[in-house]
Design a binder for this molecule. Structure first.
Ligand code: DAT
Ligand code: MG
Length: 149
């Protein structure tokens, strides 16, 4: 089982899309193992998006992600990192495949609703920025045997 960090960004919360976004993840069979609503401060945003420092969109990205509350969660499942990325769709919603969250609910790269870790190393770096290990739950679901072969 793999873990990945998912953030419903400020536009997702403001637009009342917390439910629809979580529904997309849940109905695929992914398991939420911790979740909370926070407003990211500048320091946390800088750490989370450190790899983008220096890029032309960096300052605007920090402004946007800290501008209002977000919902942050850890999602678990077989190949959860790739599955979440594919469920979200391409970074630019214009290029995201129909049926993905970004394609179905958004239009612009700077308002693309969701974040998902882009690899195992990224997930291992990002999850502890938001959660202590003791906040992450371990539980089984009776439906797991109907989701995983
Ligand atoms: P992703 O969120 O799909 O992992 P990323 O890590 O490359 O994409 O970039 C982080 C966020 O930064 C992305 O969700 C939106 C913003 N962003 C990326 N490229 C951008 C660009 N060319 N112009 C404006 N915003 C951009
Ligand atoms: Mg990324």
């Amino acid at each position: 089982m793999e873990r990945t960090l998912v953030i419903i960004k400020p536009d997702g919360v403001q637009r009342g899309l917390i439910g629809p976004i979580i529904t997309r993840l849940e109905r695929r069979g992914l398991k939420i193992i911790t979740m909370k609503m926070i407003q990211m401060d500048y320091d946390l945003a800088k750490r989370h998006y450190a790899i983008h420092e220096g890029k032309p969109f960096y300052e605007k990205l920090l402004e946007y992600i800290t501008s209002a509350p977000v919902v942050v969660m850890v999602v678990e499942g077989k190949e959860a990192i790739e599955v979440v990325r594919r469920t979200m769709g391409a970074t630019n919603p214009m290029e995201a495949a129909p049926g993905t969250i970004r394609a179905d609910y958004s239009l612009e790269i700077g308002r693309n609703l969701v974040h998902g870790s882009d690899g195992a190393e990224t997930a291992a770096f990002e999850i502890p920025l938001f959660f202590n290990e003791d906040e992450i739950l371990s539980y089984s679901r009776d439906t797991d045997r109907w989701i995983f072969e």
